[in-house]
Design a protein around this ligand. Structure first.
Ligand SMILES: NC(=O)c1ccc[n+]([C@@H]2O[C@H](COP(=O)([O-])OP(=O)(O)OC[C@H]3O[C@@H](n4cnc5c(N)ncnc54)[C@H](OP(=O)(O)O)[C@@H]3O)[C@@H](O)[C@H]2O)c1
Length: 301
């Protein structure tokens, strides 16, 4: 086996159930394919059933025996998220791994979710906040279950901050700052959830991952700049999914860890432990974001 962590390191996953959000495209689809090829049952969610069916048809060409189920989930509508978790629990009593992968990046205009939250914070953070809350019960029915949260390199960049005085970017919209806020919020959520699980003695763990820079549909709002960066700098999806897969399946991975690429300032390479933004370990800040998220979504953990 190579010294780098690759899909060869993934143990057989037969008997385990994974749920992947945003599974119809990019990293979510790539992650689902590998998990299915390792024998896992994969519940793929997509906001568009049509796109989801197309993704499954593509997957079945590579993994003909894939054990996959498609479920509709729109993270930009908290009623839809709550209906989803109710439907899920009516059908399944257990979940081994939840992968909070779906995301939207830097739309040029400020978008709002169904409940009126800024689109990136609302979808990437608040949608997954409510989803995880709804699924925690079935996750905790499996000893050592995992929640894997996708963050990003941008969560450590200059603009990465929680803009406490204008969380919804109502005063002035900055697409980069708002994306960075949402990915930092993902990281702070993951760190705080892991702490809360430890405090209550749960065996469930929450880990984080990021794909470095990987060419996917995510860069669709970046225009020419995105196309040039994708051509020059991006790694392929089969590399970008490795940190998520490692966080989700490596038997030695632990709660609170953050996996990302090793090389070029964590932009590319095989997955290793990365350092999260130190803010993720500031309990005062993570607890403040948690309380605000509970209040905004009317969800109490
Ligand atoms: N690619 C990178 O370089 C990179 C870097 C850092 C972090 N990430 C993170 O990786 C994750 C996956 O992104 P990707 O690169 O694979 O991009 P992608 O190809 O655009 O996939 C994003 C997925 O999220 C889904 N999604 C968007 N809005 C949604 C909503 N309201 N409800 C449910 N699903 C929704 C998309 O569905 P539709 O197809 O319907 O839009 C799609 O399935 C994101 O969290 C992103 O922030 C990516």
């Amino acid at each position: 086996m190579s010294k780098n962590w690759t899909t060869d390191n993934i143990p057989n996953q037969k008997g385990k159930t994974f749920l992947v959000t945003g599974a119809n495209s990019g990293l979510g689809l790539g992650t689902s394919k590998v998990l299915a090829s390792k024998g896992a049952k994969v519940i793929m969610t997509a906001r568009s059933m049509n796109k989801g069916h197309q993704a499954i048809a593509e997957m079945k060409k590579e993994v003909p025996n894939a054990d996959v189920t498609l479920m509709q989930l729109d993270l930009a509508d908290l009623s839809n998220v709550k209906q989803f978790t109710a439907r899920f629990k009516a059908e399944y009593s257990k979940l081994d791994v939840l992968i909070n992968n779906a995301g939207v990046m830097m739309p040029n205009e400020r978008l709002e979710t169904k409940q009126g939250f800024e689109g990136q914070f609302g979808t990437n953070h608040l949608g997954h906040f409510v989803l995880t809350h709804g699924l925690l019960e079935v996750l905790e029915n499996i000893p050592g279950s995992r929640i894997v949260v996708l963050s990003s390199l941008v969560a450590k960049m200059k603009k990465a901050d929680i803009y406490w005085n204008d969380l919804q970017f109502e005063k002035s919209y900055d697409k980069m700052a708002s994306y960075a806020q949402s990915k930092l919020a993902n990281m702070m959520f993951a760190a705080e959830l892991n702490q809360k699980l430890r405090t209550k003695g749960s065996s469930a763990m929450c880990l984080m991952a990021h794909p470095g820079y990987t060419a996917t549909n995510l860069q669709q709002h970046m225009g020419l700049q995105g196309r040039i960066m994708n051509a020059l700098l991006a790694q392929k999806i089969d590399m970008g999914i490795l940190p998520t897969l490692r966080a989700a399946t490596d038997p030695d991975a632990k709660g609170g860890e953050y996996y990302g690429p090793e090389k070029m300032g964590n932009w590319r390479g095989y997955p290793v432990l990365n350092e999260p933004n130190p803010v993720a370990n500031e309990r005062k800040a993570t607890q403040k974001l948690w309380s605000i998220s509970e209040r905004l979504t009317e969800t109490t953990y």
